[in-house]
Design a protein around this ligand. Structure first.
Ligand code: GH3
Ligand code: MG
Ligand code: MG
Length: 340
């Protein structure tokens, strides 16, 4: 049921972005000012890119490989359908309209759809999928550009001026909310919830390619002592520093997250079996070399890996469990070491 909704959501998004492409091209041709003309033209070409992205995503969704990011896909779909009706009406009215602001009204409607928090969640989640046309931050840039173009050329009535400001406000707010939902506030790494969702999808993808997936459970050594000696704020600085070393040691396709307290996790979708221990040792040494506000810090790492064949929702749980056992062994053996 939910899967069907998602496929339908993506289809509708694609339809809407296609409509946006035609609309913006039309606006570009009709614009009097050179600035407005090039603004609409660049909007149109970005929409063409978005259409490609939705097409690719549609294929991913069909294979059931899309992260489950929508808490209530039926509601998102309903909202989307309602917007589509309104957009089509505006589009029709525009044919007979001579009012300059009407074009901006329609454009605003088109972009407003993407302000649904669900889409930011989706964009954040697919960032880590190996898609060819992954829009990454380009969707955000698109909205940013739209808002500034709108505020520059579209403030032709007081109502549109207010809309421009509202749009900016909503957009900022949504970005904040989406970050809060997917990222850890202190370190900026993924939080546990979004990590789990994305890593699971990677495992299903990996099953098809028989990849070798790996995981690190990383725990800061004697961290309680850091807090006790230097205070909680200094402890937070150490956490941030370790997080940035972890992030720096990852490739773009690896997933790093704060798993909880002073514990981190890295997921490697495809790693050479012999390389994992070396990567772990390098990370361990890199942490040992850094210090935050003069406080030295070390980590213990438990690693686990598995050649993917029969993946289920339990696979991630099992990998984490194995890595956790190795982490425990690393602590027991004296800390500041990697056990694989
Ligand atoms: P071990 O080497 O065995 O891992 O010992 P440890 O002291 O690191 O582990 P323990 O689990 O005893 O203590 C973890 C500490 O981490 C306790 C907790 O107060 C602290 N902590 C958890 N989250 C945060 C945080 O967000 N900020 C700060 N400053 N401290 C935190
Ligand atoms: Mg711990
Ligand atoms: Mg610890």
């Amino acid at each position: 049921m939910a899967k069907d909704n998602i496929t339908e959501i993506i289809e509708l998004c694609q339809t809407l972005d296609r409509l946006a492409f035609y609309t913006y091209e039309k606006f570009s041709n009709a614009a009097e000012e050179a600035g407005a003309r090039s603004f609409w033209r660049s909007m149109a070409s970005e929409e063409r890119f978005h259409v490609k992205f939705w097409l690719e995503l549609q294929n991913v969704a069909k294979k059931n490989q899309l992260p489950h990011v929508f808490d209530s896909p039926a509601e998102v779909l309903l909202d989307l359908k309602k917007s589509t009706v309104k957009i089509k009406k505006l589009f029709k009215n525009l044919e007979n309209s001579k009012r300059k602001g009407d074009a901006y009204m329609l454009a605003w409607r088109l972009e407003f759809v993407m302000l649904h928090p669900a889409f930011l969640m989706l964009f954040n989640a697919v960032k880590s999928l190996p898609l060819k046309s992954n829009p990454g931050p380009s969707y955000k840039m698109h909205i940013n550009r739209f808002i500034s173009g709108f505020n520059r050329y579209g403030r032709v009535t007081p109502e549109l001026e207010l809309l421009g400001e509202t749009l900016q406000f909503l957009w900022d707010e949504n970005n904040t909310l989406s970050d809060l939902a997917t990222k850890d506030g202190l370190t900026g790494l993924l939080n546990r919830r979004s990590f789990t969702g994305i890593a699971r999808q990677f495992l299903y993808l990996g099953e098809r390619n028989r990849s070798n997936a790996g995981i690190f459970m990383i725990d800061i050594d004697n961290f309680k002592m850091v807090n006790d000696r230097h205070g909680h704020a200094a402890g937070d600085e150490v956490l941030k520093k370790v997080a940035s070393v972890i992030q720096g040691s990852c490739r773009k396709s690896d997933l790093a997250a704060r798993f909880g307290g002073e514990e981190f996790v890295i997921f490697f979708p495809d790693v050479q079996p012999a390389a994992l221990l070396k990567i772990g040792e390098k990370l361990r040494a890199a942490v040992e070399k850094t210090s935050a506000s003069g406080i030295s810090v070390t980590v213990s790492i438990g690693a686990a890996q598995e050649k993917l064949s029969k993946v289920s929702d339990q696979t991630l749980v099992e990998l984490i469990k194995k890595a956790d056992e190795n982490l425990y062994a690393a602590k027991k053996a004296g800390k500041n070491r990697v056990v694989a």
